[in-house]
Design a protein around this ligand. Structure first.
Ligand code: SF4
Length: 453
Protein backbone atom coordinates (compact mmCIF):
# COMPACT_ATOMS: atom_id res chain seq x y z
CA UNK A 1 0.00 0.00 0.00
CA UNK A 2 1.53 3.35 -1.00
CA UNK A 3 2.23 5.85 1.81
CA UNK A 4 -0.42 8.41 2.68
CA UNK A 5 0.42 11.88 1.41
CA UNK A 6 0.35 15.32 2.95
CA UNK A 7 0.45 18.83 1.50
CA UNK A 8 1.22 21.97 3.54
CA UNK A 9 0.45 25.52 2.40
CA UNK A 10 2.21 28.17 4.50
CA UNK A 11 1.65 31.92 4.48
CA UNK A 12 3.02 34.63 6.74
CA UNK A 13 6.04 34.99 8.97
CA UNK A 14 9.11 32.96 9.93
CA UNK A 15 7.15 31.61 12.91
CA UNK A 16 4.63 30.02 10.51
CA UNK A 17 7.48 28.55 8.44
CA UNK A 18 8.88 26.97 11.60
CA UNK A 19 5.41 25.75 12.67
CA UNK A 20 4.78 24.14 9.27
CA UNK A 21 8.11 22.32 9.59
CA UNK A 22 6.90 20.90 12.92
CA UNK A 23 3.63 19.73 11.40
CA UNK A 24 5.54 18.08 8.52
CA UNK A 25 7.82 16.38 11.07
CA UNK A 26 4.81 15.13 13.08
CA UNK A 27 3.05 13.83 9.92
CA UNK A 28 6.18 12.01 8.74
CA UNK A 29 6.42 10.35 12.13
CA UNK A 30 2.92 9.05 11.31
CA UNK A 31 4.35 7.71 8.01
CA UNK A 32 2.83 10.36 5.75
CA UNK A 33 4.94 11.54 2.80
CA UNK A 34 4.95 15.01 1.23
CA UNK A 35 3.26 15.76 -2.11
CA UNK A 36 3.45 18.91 -4.23
CA UNK A 37 -0.30 19.31 -4.99
CA UNK A 38 -3.23 19.58 -2.56
CA UNK A 39 -5.39 17.58 -4.96
CA UNK A 40 -3.06 14.55 -4.58
CA UNK A 41 -2.92 14.68 -0.77
CA UNK A 42 -4.72 12.66 1.92
CA UNK A 43 -4.05 15.42 4.44
CA UNK A 44 -4.00 19.12 3.52
CA UNK A 45 -2.72 21.66 6.06
CA UNK A 46 -3.29 25.38 5.52
CA UNK A 47 -1.08 27.37 7.89
CA UNK A 48 -2.61 30.83 7.86
CA UNK A 49 -1.64 34.46 8.60
CA UNK A 50 -3.95 37.42 9.39
CA UNK A 51 -1.45 40.16 10.24
CA UNK A 52 -2.89 42.21 7.32
CA UNK A 53 -6.33 42.14 5.75
CA UNK A 54 -4.80 40.95 2.45
CA UNK A 55 -3.23 37.92 4.22
CA UNK A 56 -6.57 36.99 5.79
CA UNK A 57 -8.35 37.27 2.43
CA UNK A 58 -5.74 35.03 0.76
CA UNK A 59 -6.13 32.43 3.56
CA UNK A 60 -9.90 32.38 3.19
CA UNK A 61 -9.52 32.17 -0.58
CA UNK A 62 -7.26 29.13 -0.17
CA UNK A 63 -9.74 27.39 2.15
CA UNK A 64 -12.55 28.19 -0.28
CA UNK A 65 -10.56 26.67 -3.16
CA UNK A 66 -10.59 23.30 -1.36
CA UNK A 67 -14.38 22.90 -1.13
CA UNK A 68 -14.59 21.39 -4.62
CA UNK A 69 -11.52 19.18 -4.03
CA UNK A 70 -13.09 17.82 -0.84
CA UNK A 71 -16.36 17.08 -2.66
CA UNK A 72 -14.39 14.98 -5.17
CA UNK A 73 -12.36 13.29 -2.38
CA UNK A 74 -14.47 13.19 0.83
CA UNK A 75 -11.77 11.13 2.64
CA UNK A 76 -9.29 13.99 2.36
CA UNK A 77 -8.52 15.52 5.77
CA UNK A 78 -8.37 19.35 5.74
CA UNK A 79 -6.61 21.08 8.64
CA UNK A 80 -6.67 24.87 8.97
CA UNK A 81 -4.13 26.15 11.47
CA UNK A 82 -2.35 29.35 12.46
CA UNK A 83 -3.49 32.87 13.15
CA UNK A 84 -6.83 32.66 11.30
CA UNK A 85 -7.79 30.05 13.95
CA UNK A 86 -5.98 31.67 16.90
CA UNK A 87 -5.99 30.44 20.50
CA UNK A 88 -9.51 31.44 21.54
CA UNK A 89 -11.73 28.86 19.80
CA UNK A 90 -12.95 28.53 16.20
CA UNK A 91 -16.74 28.16 16.34
CA UNK A 92 -17.34 30.90 13.75
CA UNK A 93 -14.79 29.39 11.35
CA UNK A 94 -16.28 25.91 11.76
CA UNK A 95 -19.71 27.33 10.75
CA UNK A 96 -18.16 29.18 7.78
CA UNK A 97 -16.14 26.13 6.61
CA UNK A 98 -18.11 22.98 7.57
CA UNK A 99 -15.95 20.85 5.23
CA UNK A 100 -12.78 21.57 7.24
CA UNK A 101 -12.01 18.60 9.55
CA UNK A 102 -9.53 20.04 12.05
CA UNK A 103 -8.82 23.58 13.28
CA UNK A 104 -5.48 24.05 15.07
CA UNK A 105 -4.09 27.01 17.02
CA UNK A 106 -0.74 28.47 15.88
CA UNK A 107 2.36 26.35 16.63
CA UNK A 108 0.32 23.26 17.65
CA UNK A 109 0.33 20.07 15.55
CA UNK A 110 -1.58 18.34 18.40
CA UNK A 111 -5.21 18.52 17.17
CA UNK A 112 -4.23 17.13 13.75
CA UNK A 113 -2.14 14.29 15.27
CA UNK A 114 -5.01 13.43 17.64
CA UNK A 115 -7.52 13.49 14.73
CA UNK A 116 -5.37 11.27 12.50
CA UNK A 117 -4.78 8.74 15.29
CA UNK A 118 -8.30 8.75 16.76
CA UNK A 119 -9.14 5.26 15.51
CA UNK A 120 -5.90 3.81 16.77
CA UNK A 121 -5.55 2.15 20.20
CA UNK A 122 -5.68 4.40 23.24
CA UNK A 123 -1.98 3.51 23.85
CA UNK A 124 -1.03 4.57 20.30
CA UNK A 125 -3.03 7.77 20.68
CA UNK A 126 -1.37 8.55 24.04
CA UNK A 127 2.05 7.84 22.51
CA UNK A 128 1.24 9.89 19.38
CA UNK A 129 -0.23 12.73 21.43
CA UNK A 130 2.83 12.83 23.74
CA UNK A 131 4.91 12.97 20.59
CA UNK A 132 3.02 16.10 19.50
CA UNK A 133 4.97 18.20 21.93
CA UNK A 134 8.23 16.55 21.03
CA UNK A 135 9.38 19.89 19.70
CA UNK A 136 8.78 21.40 23.11
CA UNK A 137 11.60 19.29 24.49
CA UNK A 138 13.59 19.80 21.37
CA UNK A 139 13.99 16.49 19.53
CA UNK A 140 12.83 17.71 16.11
CA UNK A 141 13.22 15.14 13.31
CA UNK A 142 13.46 17.21 10.14
CA UNK A 143 10.96 16.28 7.40
CA UNK A 144 12.52 14.17 4.61
CA UNK A 145 12.53 17.15 2.24
CA UNK A 146 14.78 19.09 4.64
CA UNK A 147 17.20 16.38 5.73
CA UNK A 148 20.77 17.28 4.59
CA UNK A 149 19.25 20.15 2.62
CA UNK A 150 18.26 22.58 5.33
CA UNK A 151 21.19 24.88 6.13
CA UNK A 152 19.43 27.62 8.10
CA UNK A 153 16.54 26.82 10.48
CA UNK A 154 14.08 28.95 12.42
CA UNK A 155 13.74 28.00 16.11
CA UNK A 156 10.77 29.58 17.97
CA UNK A 157 11.80 30.44 21.54
CA UNK A 158 9.01 32.81 22.60
CA UNK A 159 5.43 32.07 21.52
CA UNK A 160 2.76 34.79 21.63
CA UNK A 161 3.12 38.41 22.76
CA UNK A 162 1.96 40.36 25.81
CA UNK A 163 2.72 43.78 24.40
CA UNK A 164 -0.44 45.61 23.21
CA UNK A 165 0.40 47.66 20.18
CA UNK A 166 -2.97 49.12 19.20
CA UNK A 167 -2.83 47.99 15.53
CA UNK A 168 -1.64 44.42 16.14
CA UNK A 169 -3.78 41.28 16.05
CA UNK A 170 -0.99 38.87 17.09
CA UNK A 171 -1.62 38.86 20.87
CA UNK A 172 -5.28 38.00 20.17
CA UNK A 173 -4.33 35.11 17.88
CA UNK A 174 -1.09 33.73 19.31
CA UNK A 175 -1.93 34.43 22.98
CA UNK A 176 0.19 35.84 25.76
CA UNK A 177 3.97 35.58 25.77
CA UNK A 178 5.42 32.24 26.85
CA UNK A 179 9.05 31.15 26.53
CA UNK A 180 10.08 27.57 25.74
CA UNK A 181 12.26 25.90 28.36
CA UNK A 182 15.98 26.59 27.77
CA UNK A 183 16.84 22.87 27.74
CA UNK A 184 14.24 22.14 25.05
CA UNK A 185 15.55 24.95 22.83
CA UNK A 186 19.18 23.81 23.16
CA UNK A 187 18.17 20.18 22.48
CA UNK A 188 16.45 21.29 19.33
CA UNK A 189 19.53 23.23 18.17
CA UNK A 190 21.74 20.16 18.79
CA UNK A 191 19.23 17.95 16.99
CA UNK A 192 19.15 20.33 14.00
CA UNK A 193 22.97 20.56 13.86
CA UNK A 194 23.19 16.76 13.93
CA UNK A 195 20.94 16.79 10.83
CA UNK A 196 23.23 19.18 8.92
CA UNK A 197 21.89 22.61 9.91
CA UNK A 198 24.65 25.28 10.16
CA UNK A 199 22.65 28.34 11.23
CA UNK A 200 19.72 28.88 13.57
CA UNK A 201 17.49 31.95 13.97
CA UNK A 202 15.81 32.25 17.37
CA UNK A 203 12.26 33.57 16.90
CA UNK A 204 9.89 35.59 19.06
CA UNK A 205 7.50 38.49 18.57
CA UNK A 206 9.77 40.24 21.09
CA UNK A 207 12.63 37.75 21.15
CA UNK A 208 14.62 39.98 23.58
CA UNK A 209 12.10 39.01 26.29
CA UNK A 210 13.08 35.33 26.05
CA UNK A 211 13.12 33.60 29.42
CA UNK A 212 11.76 36.49 31.51
CA UNK A 213 8.51 34.57 32.09
CA UNK A 214 10.12 31.19 32.89
CA UNK A 215 10.01 29.81 36.47
CA UNK A 216 13.82 29.76 36.38
CA UNK A 217 14.17 33.20 34.82
CA UNK A 218 16.80 33.42 32.11
CA UNK A 219 17.72 35.90 29.37
CA UNK A 220 18.29 35.78 25.62
CA UNK A 221 22.01 36.53 26.23
CA UNK A 222 22.21 33.32 28.25
CA UNK A 223 20.64 31.35 25.40
CA UNK A 224 23.07 32.96 22.92
CA UNK A 225 26.09 32.04 25.07
CA UNK A 226 24.89 28.46 25.55
CA UNK A 227 24.04 27.97 21.87
CA UNK A 228 27.42 29.47 20.98
CA UNK A 229 29.20 26.50 22.55
CA UNK A 230 27.35 23.93 20.41
CA UNK A 231 29.87 22.18 18.13
CA UNK A 232 28.99 22.29 14.43
CA UNK A 233 26.73 25.32 14.78
CA UNK A 234 28.31 28.10 12.70
CA UNK A 235 25.91 31.03 12.85
CA UNK A 236 23.26 32.31 15.26
CA UNK A 237 20.63 34.97 14.51
CA UNK A 238 17.57 36.22 16.41
CA UNK A 239 14.43 38.24 15.58
CA UNK A 240 12.34 40.23 16.20
CA UNK A 241 13.66 42.76 18.74
CA UNK A 242 11.76 45.66 20.35
CA UNK A 243 13.39 49.06 21.06
CA UNK A 244 12.43 48.85 24.74
CA UNK A 245 13.90 45.39 25.24
CA UNK A 246 17.03 45.34 23.08
CA UNK A 247 19.42 46.15 25.94
CA UNK A 248 23.16 46.64 26.48
CA UNK A 249 23.68 42.99 27.52
CA UNK A 250 22.34 41.91 24.14
CA UNK A 251 24.57 44.42 22.35
CA UNK A 252 27.56 43.06 24.30
CA UNK A 253 26.65 39.47 23.40
CA UNK A 254 26.37 40.30 19.68
CA UNK A 255 29.68 42.19 19.82
CA UNK A 256 31.51 39.47 21.79
CA UNK A 257 30.22 36.19 20.31
CA UNK A 258 31.69 35.50 16.82
CA UNK A 259 28.93 33.05 15.85
CA UNK A 260 26.20 35.62 16.64
CA UNK A 261 25.68 37.54 13.42
CA UNK A 262 25.84 41.38 13.53
CA UNK A 263 22.37 41.89 12.06
CA UNK A 264 19.53 43.34 14.20
CA UNK A 265 15.82 43.47 13.31
CA UNK A 266 14.27 46.22 15.49
CA UNK A 267 10.95 47.64 14.22
CA UNK A 268 10.34 51.36 14.60
CA UNK A 269 6.85 51.45 13.03
CA UNK A 270 6.73 55.29 12.89
CA UNK A 271 9.03 58.31 13.19
CA UNK A 272 6.39 60.54 14.76
CA UNK A 273 5.90 60.71 18.52
CA UNK A 274 2.13 61.27 18.38
CA UNK A 275 1.69 58.24 16.15
CA UNK A 276 4.06 56.11 18.27
CA UNK A 277 1.94 57.10 21.30
CA UNK A 278 -1.30 56.15 19.50
CA UNK A 279 0.34 52.84 18.54
CA UNK A 280 1.34 52.28 22.20
CA UNK A 281 4.86 51.33 21.12
CA UNK A 282 6.31 52.74 24.33
CA UNK A 283 9.17 54.88 23.02
CA UNK A 284 9.76 58.13 21.14
CA UNK A 285 11.50 58.80 17.81
CA UNK A 286 14.39 60.31 19.76
CA UNK A 287 14.76 57.20 21.91
CA UNK A 288 14.75 55.05 18.78
CA UNK A 289 17.39 57.33 17.20
CA UNK A 290 19.66 57.04 20.24
CA UNK A 291 19.19 53.26 20.40
CA UNK A 292 20.37 52.97 16.78
CA UNK A 293 23.34 55.21 17.63
CA UNK A 294 24.23 53.05 20.64
CA UNK A 295 23.97 49.80 18.64
CA UNK A 296 26.28 51.26 15.93
CA UNK A 297 28.78 52.46 18.55
CA UNK A 298 28.91 49.09 20.26
CA UNK A 299 28.72 46.90 17.10
CA UNK A 300 30.40 49.00 14.34
CA UNK A 301 29.96 46.32 11.64
CA UNK A 302 26.24 45.93 12.40
CA UNK A 303 23.43 45.99 9.82
CA UNK A 304 19.95 46.99 10.96
CA UNK A 305 16.50 46.23 9.59
CA UNK A 306 13.22 47.82 10.69
CA UNK A 307 9.46 47.75 10.07
CA UNK A 308 7.28 50.78 9.32
CA UNK A 309 3.52 51.23 9.03
CA UNK A 310 2.20 54.08 6.84
CA UNK A 311 -1.31 55.48 7.00
CA UNK A 312 -2.02 54.69 10.68
CA UNK A 313 -5.37 56.26 11.77
CA UNK A 314 -5.02 60.02 11.98
CA UNK A 315 -1.50 60.13 10.44
CA UNK A 316 -1.17 63.58 8.85
CA UNK A 317 1.17 64.43 5.97
CA UNK A 318 3.44 66.24 8.44
CA UNK A 319 3.55 63.21 10.76
CA UNK A 320 4.40 61.02 7.76
CA UNK A 321 7.18 63.50 6.86
CA UNK A 322 8.61 62.95 10.36
CA UNK A 323 8.87 59.24 9.57
CA UNK A 324 10.41 59.97 6.17
CA UNK A 325 12.96 62.38 7.65
CA UNK A 326 13.94 59.94 10.41
CA UNK A 327 14.49 57.08 7.90
CA UNK A 328 16.52 59.41 5.66
CA UNK A 329 18.69 60.34 8.66
CA UNK A 330 19.17 56.82 10.13
CA UNK A 331 19.95 55.13 6.79
CA UNK A 332 19.08 51.58 7.90
CA UNK A 333 19.97 48.59 5.73
CA UNK A 334 16.43 47.28 5.26
CA UNK A 335 12.92 48.65 5.90
CA UNK A 336 9.84 46.43 5.65
CA UNK A 337 6.98 48.82 4.87
CA UNK A 338 3.29 48.06 5.35
CA UNK A 339 0.11 50.07 4.73
CA UNK A 340 -2.08 50.17 7.83
CA UNK A 341 -5.05 47.79 7.60
CA UNK A 342 -7.78 47.43 10.23
CA UNK A 343 -7.45 44.17 12.18
CA UNK A 344 -10.38 42.77 14.18
CA UNK A 345 -10.25 42.83 18.01
CA UNK A 346 -7.43 45.41 18.08
CA UNK A 347 -7.70 48.67 20.09
CA UNK A 348 -7.26 50.66 16.85
CA UNK A 349 -10.20 48.82 15.21
CA UNK A 350 -12.38 49.62 18.22
CA UNK A 351 -11.31 53.17 19.01
CA UNK A 352 -9.74 54.73 15.89
CA UNK A 353 -11.05 55.56 12.43
CA UNK A 354 -9.11 54.22 9.43
CA UNK A 355 -9.24 57.71 7.88
CA UNK A 356 -6.15 57.82 5.64
CA UNK A 357 -7.28 57.42 2.04
CA UNK A 358 -6.06 54.14 0.41
CA UNK A 359 -4.44 56.08 -2.47
CA UNK A 360 -2.64 58.30 0.03
CA UNK A 361 -1.43 55.17 1.88
CA UNK A 362 0.05 53.91 -1.42
CA UNK A 363 1.67 57.31 -2.10
CA UNK A 364 3.37 57.22 1.33
CA UNK A 365 4.35 53.55 0.84
CA UNK A 366 5.95 54.29 -2.54
CA UNK A 367 7.81 57.34 -1.19
CA UNK A 368 9.37 55.31 1.65
CA UNK A 369 10.07 52.38 -0.66
CA UNK A 370 12.02 54.50 -3.13
CA UNK A 371 13.86 56.23 -0.28
CA UNK A 372 14.89 52.82 1.12
CA UNK A 373 15.90 51.58 -2.34
CA UNK A 374 18.21 54.58 -2.67
CA UNK A 375 19.70 54.03 0.82
CA UNK A 376 20.15 50.25 0.36
CA UNK A 377 21.79 50.81 -3.05
CA UNK A 378 24.29 53.24 -1.52
CA UNK A 379 25.02 50.98 1.49
CA UNK A 380 25.44 47.86 -0.67
CA UNK A 381 27.56 49.70 -3.26
CA UNK A 382 30.25 49.90 -0.57
CA UNK A 383 30.64 46.10 -0.87
CA UNK A 384 31.75 46.34 -4.50
CA UNK A 385 35.16 44.59 -4.79
CA UNK A 386 34.97 43.65 -1.11
CA UNK A 387 35.49 40.14 0.23
CA UNK A 388 32.60 38.69 2.26
CA UNK A 389 31.95 35.33 3.95
CA UNK A 390 28.83 33.70 2.51
CA UNK A 391 26.99 30.71 3.98
CA UNK A 392 25.38 29.00 0.97
CA UNK A 393 21.83 27.73 1.48
CA UNK A 394 20.65 26.59 -1.95
CA UNK A 395 20.01 27.40 -5.60
CA UNK A 396 17.88 30.10 -7.12
CA UNK A 397 15.69 29.66 -10.21
CA UNK A 398 18.57 30.75 -12.47
CA UNK A 399 20.75 27.88 -11.19
CA UNK A 400 22.97 30.23 -9.20
CA UNK A 401 24.05 29.43 -5.63
CA UNK A 402 22.33 31.66 -3.04
CA UNK A 403 23.67 32.53 0.40
CA UNK A 404 23.85 35.19 3.10
CA UNK A 405 26.65 37.30 4.56
CA UNK A 406 26.87 37.84 8.35
CA UNK A 407 24.98 41.13 7.71
CA UNK A 408 22.17 39.09 6.10
CA UNK A 409 22.98 40.41 2.61
CA UNK A 410 21.74 38.08 -0.12
CA UNK A 411 24.58 36.98 -2.45
CA UNK A 412 24.45 34.92 -5.66
CA UNK A 413 27.43 33.02 -7.09
CA UNK A 414 27.88 30.82 -10.15
CA UNK A 415 29.59 27.51 -9.31
CA UNK A 416 29.51 24.00 -10.76
CA UNK A 417 29.84 22.07 -7.57
CA UNK A 418 27.72 21.70 -4.41
CA UNK A 419 28.15 24.70 -2.11
CA UNK A 420 25.22 23.86 0.18
CA UNK A 421 26.10 24.41 3.84
CA UNK A 422 29.55 25.80 3.02
CA UNK A 423 30.79 29.17 4.26
CA UNK A 424 33.14 30.52 1.59
CA UNK A 425 34.88 33.83 0.84
CA UNK A 426 33.32 35.71 -2.07
CA UNK A 427 34.48 38.83 -3.92
CA UNK A 428 31.50 41.08 -4.68
CA UNK A 429 31.32 42.07 -8.36
CA UNK A 430 27.86 43.68 -8.41
CA UNK A 431 25.63 45.15 -5.69
CA UNK A 432 22.02 46.25 -5.97
CA UNK A 433 19.54 47.42 -3.28
CA UNK A 434 18.22 43.94 -2.48
CA UNK A 435 21.01 41.49 -3.45
CA UNK A 436 24.60 41.13 -4.72
CA UNK A 437 26.51 38.99 -7.22
CA UNK A 438 29.98 37.66 -6.50
CA UNK A 439 32.80 35.29 -7.43
CA UNK A 440 34.24 32.57 -5.18
CA UNK A 441 37.71 33.61 -3.93
CA UNK A 442 38.64 30.13 -2.73
CA UNK A 443 36.76 26.92 -2.20
CA UNK A 444 38.32 26.25 1.23
CA UNK A 445 35.23 25.87 3.47
CA UNK A 446 35.43 28.12 6.54
CA UNK A 447 33.64 27.76 9.86
CA UNK A 448 32.36 30.55 12.16
CA UNK A 449 34.82 33.50 12.90
CA UNK A 450 33.24 35.64 10.13
CA UNK A 451 35.32 38.36 8.36
CA UNK A 452 33.69 41.85 8.03
CA UNK A 453 30.48 42.40 5.96
S1 SF4 B 1 5.26 43.76 19.91
FE1 SF4 B 1 3.45 44.79 19.16
S2 SF4 B 1 3.56 44.53 16.93
FE2 SF4 B 1 4.94 43.02 17.83
S3 SF4 B 1 3.70 41.16 18.03
FE3 SF4 B 1 3.60 42.26 19.98
S4 SF4 B 1 1.74 43.49 19.86
FE4 SF4 B 1 2.30 42.87 17.76
Amino acid sequence: MSAMKYYIWTSGCQMNVADSRRVASALEQLNYRPTARAEDADVVVLNTCVVRRSAEESAKGRIGSLRGVKEKNPDMVINVMGCLVGVNGHEELAKEYPYVDVFSPPSDPGPLVAYLTQDKTKEYQREATSRRFAFMDGDLALPAGDQSRLVSAFVPVVLGCSHACTYCIIPYRRGVERSRPLGGVLNEVRSLVSQGVKEVTFLGQIVDRYGLDLPQKTHLTNLLHKAHSIQGLERIRFLTSHPNWFDRDLMEAVAALPKVMPHIEVPNQSGDDEILKAMRRGYTADEYRSLIGEIRDRIPEVSIATDLIVGFPGETKEQFRNTYRLMKELRLDVTHIARYSVRPQTVASRKMVDDVDPEEKWRRFRLLESLQEEISSEINAEYQGERVEVLFEGWDRKGRWRGRTPNYKLVFVDAERNLRGKTLPVSISWAGPWSMQGRLISDQHRTSTPAAG
